[in-house]
Design a protein around this ligand. Structure first.
Ligand code: SF4
Length: 63
């Protein structure tokens, strides 16, 4: 299964992923997005958040 991961060094804290896919992403400490539930939304919705990240900070990781 693949899960989304956020690179905290790239995340600018814009909040777009948490707006697009709040079941999976939330804003954590220091305004860096975190994955709270990697399987909380359909893959297509997670992909939408990935594509919408202006910093290209979200990627898929195979587990
Ligand atoms: S969309 Fe990208 S830059 Fe914006 S909060 Fe989410 S991970 Fe960070």
């Amino acid at each position: 299964m693949k899960v989304p991961v956020v690179d905290p060094d790239l995340c600018t804290g814009c909040g777009a992923c948490a707006d697009t896919c709040p079941a999976v992403f939330e804003m954590g400490e220091n305004d860096v997005a975190v994955v709270k539930n990697p399987s909380g939304a359909p893959e297509s919705e997670i992909q939408e958040a990935i594509d919408g990240c202006p910093a290209e900070a979200i990627s898929w990781k195979e587990q």
